[in-house]
Design a protein around this ligand. Structure first.
Ligand code: URP
Ligand code: ZN
Ligand code: ZN
Length: 464
């Protein structure tokens, strides 16, 4: 199968020019002006951007959490991603306490195999790490899992203590991999929560009011300090507020190898959503929580100035009916997480490029290239270049669509609400290719399945 994408504006993190792109099999074979090669399919991209497929480095598909399972599995989640212009995800496999991480990896392979429409990799969530299992971290590298996530939050569930953090950080530093950190002081937060519950404060808004931004900042500070001593590259996930960003900035100014991701929800939504009546606030119960609105501008500036280095969704959807409702009488029982995987590219184009004059290069960097470089997928993924996988989006920068469950072009996630219901966005992923196959075109699924597990390289290494 060959595809010729003609007359488009090719944008990568570094370049911006008009050219034709010829795809042969799974790879980009030729880029040039006025190409005359014969192709099985020709796409006219005049007036459109030709950009690398989005990479979402933070998703939770088919994940057991909060007494239930995230609503999208690898079939529905990756299909929705395809519609939204995302052609790779890095999901989180989980190690069960007392069991091997390799067993956890095997479980996640079984969840994904044969179901995914786009390519995927895994980070490994470590929930305990006795000395005798430290060597598994090296085995994971051979399996193409070159990053681990650890939690300072969720005591009794995913939380690990500082000693475990240090052991994991040291080993990751030694084996050339990267640590992803959920940085929030869960121990102190649990005390604040206990007090709120004792005072009869049980509505969704108390999820946010019991998680002060200072506790996120403290987690970020502590993770950075431990990473500095352990000499490991650190990646702070889902950074939500100015207080936490300040710690990242301070460390980067000292030369520490730390970068941070934020998510569309922290850039676009705020704490007032928890005030919605009839328990609706539960739709946005996630961790970290949505913050006061003024934080958004600080995060955008962080992206513009390079203090924040990536945008991922933390897609962790739970239906309002039957799942979020588990916490109808007690915010602690609301499963934490919200949907977003499908809408990231359009939301960031609209709010970033259209709304804040972000350059197209930076848009591509933040939605694709940075994740590829950070997590060992580059240059196989994350750019449009000869020899790279033909994961390409023909993106219409002018088309407007309304996000919402009622719009069949914008909502394919298996969740009964949208976190961005009614939001009008400018920018739409019109044709989406995954390794040379057209998977979505003009709001219709063309090819389902065919997504593959990608073995990732170590931090800083290139992937062919
Ligand atoms: O609320 C969230 N973020 N749920 C997913 C788990 C996590 O902490 O990333
Ligand atoms: Zn987290
Ligand atoms: Zn997450």
């Amino acid at each position: 199968m060959s595809v010729l994408i003609k007359n488009g504006r090719v944008v990568t993190a570094a370049d911006d020019y008009f050219a034709d792109v010829f795809v042969e099999g799974e790879k980009v074979a030729l880029i040039g002006q006025g190409l005359t090669v014969r192709a099985d399919k020709v796409i006219d991209a005049a007036g459109k951007l030709v950009i690398p497929g989005g990479i979402d480095a933070h998703t939770h598909l088919d994940m057991p959490f909060g007494g239930t399972n995230s609503a999208d599995d690898f079939e529905s989640g990756t299909r929705a991603a395809a519609f939204g212009g995302t052609t790779s995800i890095i999901d989180f496999a989980i190690q069960t306490k007392g069991r091997s991480t390799l067993e956890g990896l095997d479980t996640w392979h079984k969840k994904a195999e044969g179901k995914a429409t786009i390519d995927y990799g895994f980070h490994m969530i470590i929930t305990d790490l006795p000395d005798e299992r430290l060597s598994e971290m090296n085995r994971l590298v051979d399996e193409g899992v070159t990053s681990y996530k650890l939690f300072m939050a969720y005591p009794g569930v995913l939380y690990v203590d500082d000693g475990t953090l240090y052991r994991a950080f040291r080993r990751a530093g030694e084996n050339g991999t990267r640590i992803c950190m959920h940085a929030e002081n869960g121990i102190v937060i649990d005390e604040i929560v206990k007090q709120a519950v004792a005072d009869g404060k049980l509505e969704p808004k108390y999820h946010a009011l019991t998680r002060p931004t200072r506790m996120e900042a403290e987690g970020v500070y502590r993770a950075i300090a431990i990473a500095e001593v352990a000499e490991v590259p650190l990646y702070i996930v889902h950074l939500s507020c100015a207080d936490a960003l300040e710690e990242v900035k301070r460390a980067r100014a000292r030369g520490v190898d730390v970068m941070a991701e934020t998510c569309p929800q922290y850039l676009l939504l705020d704490q007032s959503y928890y005030e919605r009546p009839n328990f609706e606030g539960a739709k946005w119960v996630m961790t970290p929580a949505l913050r006061e609105k003024w934080n958004q501008d600080v995060l955008w500036r962080g992206l513009e100035l390079g203090h924040l280095g990536n945008i991922a969704t933390d897609h962790c959807p739970f239906c309002f009916k039957g799942q979020k409702e588990l916490g109808a009488n007690d915010f602690r029982k609301i499963p934490n997480g919200a949907p977003g995987l499908e809408n990231r590219m359009s939301l960031i184009h609209d709010a970033g490029v259209v709304g804040r004059k972000m350059s197209l290069n930076r848009f591509v960097e933040l939605t694709s290239t940075a994740a590829a470089r950070t997590f060992g997928l580059y240059p196989k993924k994350g750019t449009v270049a000869v020899g790279s996988d033909a994961d390409i989006v023909v993106f219409d920068p002018n088309r407007k669509e309304t996000i919402g469950v009622g719009n069949p072009r914008m909502h394919h996630m298996k969740v009964d609400y949208s976190a961005y219901e009614g939001v009008v966005v400018q920018g739409y992923s019109e044709v989406v290719l995954s390794r040379g196959r057209v998977i979505a075109e003009d709001g219709k699924l063309v090819t389902a399945g065919g997504g593959r597990f990608v073995k990732r390289a170590r931090a800083g290494e290139l992937l062919r």
